[in-house]
Ligand binder design. Structure first.
Ligand code: FAD
Length: 474
């Protein structure tokens, strides 16, 4: 039932009508996993959390995906078929509406007690089709680096740059040759004679691709991912919305968490979050990006981003999750015939999560980074707590926060909060119709819910027994 919840809900709506189905969802899943339909609705749940020493993170849970038929531009393999798309005005207007909702969440977070947090989703702020196209462009820039790095030593030397350039680009006139030499010097900002990936990915911008492909001998992946002027304009709009939110968060002293989404949007999300961190995390880690341990390249990416923060002199902020899109990622990869971007077993995801947490705690201790351990996994939380003690990170003061979702793992959150750790609940809200993808994911993840509830019941029974026996002895 749960695995097919999405299809069943769509069918039920066709047969029974949206009003009836939404009514049932509202009284069941919605009531358990969401706090209400608007910021006003959720006040009582937020107040109850504060009373228990737990912060609330407002999370407008409406989300969007590209049309399934369009297929993803995967992180691993940009699809040559991802060509320019048309964008509708309605989506832009919806993005502006969502920006206002996020601004209100930031204001509400500033009014709460303790360090305020608000969460945002990029698919609510920009057309998912655009995010997919931007992601494909960023993957193409990354692949271009591998193409130039002939001896795979993770840097591009001047000689490698020249030889690949002569093979792939139509450069004949002396003036063009001089421009290319100038480009290498621009990429090699420290004048070391080699360009590393950090510099390459920072300095070649999406806006540069149309210029580069003008010189290509033949069209290739890069040409297919070049953004049109209209797309660059929409990207500017999206970045404008993000800057508006980041400025509001910085002014209110609120941390802004950028949620992680499907892998075929994630390069665009990472790119935007990094740009915000560069601007807004100079003195305070205002912007947190999210890393999903279930995704194969998540460890490499977080290591690269922590290094980027160190080299460029800003404070790193990260939410660490295992990742909510396992079934969707596998299903899509199979359907479209590209390699699955997620780990093949839960053990591999657990091991990667533990390693990421350990590395990130190192950065909290050494560089002043801040992280949120966002997990319901008791072993992960206990391990993180032990590592904090080992590294001398004070549980009330250090930039380590713990987060669980509303309606899940309450015993963990409440024990952390009562013990003085910086404990938070993600508090999703939004119109029933728009939060259904979120609810379906929660239900699927918690087909373990039944396992999770069972575990919580036995924890509560154990605690009751402990108290009763203690009373019996006194
Ligand atoms: C505060 C908070 C914020 C969150 N924000 C985001 C977000 O921005 N983006 C996002 O994607 N998710 C987010 N999540 C959800 C999160 O990614 C997980 O889906 C959820 O927390 C379950 O993971 P866990 O560590 O709590 O539990 P566990 O039960 O330890 O792990 C379950 C997870 O393990 C992985 N897994 C399960 N089976 C397999 C398998 N067979 N092979 C490989 N891996 C497997 C999956 O990722 C699954 O979700 C958030 C969660 C919290 C608590």
């Amino acid at each position: 039932l749960v695995n097919n919840a999405d299809a069943l809900l769509k069918l039920s709506k066709r047969v029974l009508g949206s009003t009836l189905v939404n009514g049932v969802v509202k009284r069941t899943f919605f009531r358990h996993f969401c706090a209400g339909e608007s910021q006003e609705d959720i006040r009582p749940r937020m107040a109850a959390l504060y009373e228990a020493g737990i912060g609330g993170i407002l999370d407008y849970a409406a989300e969007d995906d590209v049309d399934a038929a369009a297929g993803p531009a995967s992180r691993a393999e940009p699809h040559d078929t991802v060509v320019a798309r048309t964008y509708d005005y309605d989506t832009e207007a919806a993005c502006d509406r969502h920006t206002s909702i996020f601004l209100r969440s930031i204001a509400a977070a500033a009014d709460g007690r303790g360090q305020g947090f608000a969460a945002i989703k990029l698919t609510a702020l920009g057309n998912p089709k655009l995010l997919e196209r931007v992601s494909a462009g960023l993957v193409a820039i990354r692949n271009l680096f591998s193409q130039f790095d002939l001896n795979h030593d993770n840097v591009v030397s001047h000689e490698e740059f020249e030889s690949v350039r002569n093979l792939t680009l139509l450069i004949s006139a002396d003036s063009q040759q001089a421009r290319m030499n100038q480009l290498f010097r621009y990429l090699d900002k420290d004048d070391t004679g080699v360009v590393d990936f950090l510099s390459w990915s920072r300095r070649i911008r999406l806006q540069d691709i149309p210029q580069i492909i003008k010189h290509c001998k033949a069209p290739g992946p890069l040409s297919f991912t070049a953004l049109s002027e209209e797309e660059l304009r929409l990207l500017n709009n999206l970045m404008g919305r993000l800057y508006q939110l980041a400025e509001a968060a910085a002014a209110a002293g609120v941390r802004l968490m950028v949620d992680a989404e499907h892998s075929y949007f994630q390069p665009a999300i990472d790119h935007a979050a990094m740009e915000l961190q560069r601007t807004f995390n100079k003195h305070t880690p205002t912007i947190f990006n999210t890393y999903q341990a279930v995704v194969l390249d998540s460890h490499d990416r977080i290591m690269l981003d922590m290094e980027r923060a160190r080299q460029e002199g800003f404070l790193f902020g990260a939410k660490l999750v295992r990742g909510a899109y396992l079934y969707l990622e596998r299903g899509r990869a199979k359907e479209k015939g590209y390699p699955s971007p997620v780990h093949g077993s839960i053990e591999a995801t657990h091991a990667n999560y533990d390693q990421i947490v350990e590395e990130a705690l190192g950065s909290v201790a050494a560089d002043g980074a801040e992280i949120m351990i966002a997990s319901h996994n008791q072993a992960s939380v206990e391990r993180a707590v032990a590592l904090m003690h080992e590294r001398g990170l004070d549980h009330r003061e250090a930039g380590v926060y713990f987060g669980q979702l509303l309606g899940m793992a309450d015993p963990l959150t409440f024990v952390l909060g009562a013990s003085g750790y910086r404990a938070y609940k993600y508090v999703p809200f939004g119109p029933v119709d728009e939060v259904i993808p979120y609810l379906v994911r929660r239900a699927q993840e918690n087909s373990t819910v039944l396992g999770g509830v069972q575990k919580e019941k036995s924890m509560v029974s154990a605690e009751l027994r402990r108290r009763i026996f203690r009373l019996g002895r006194t």
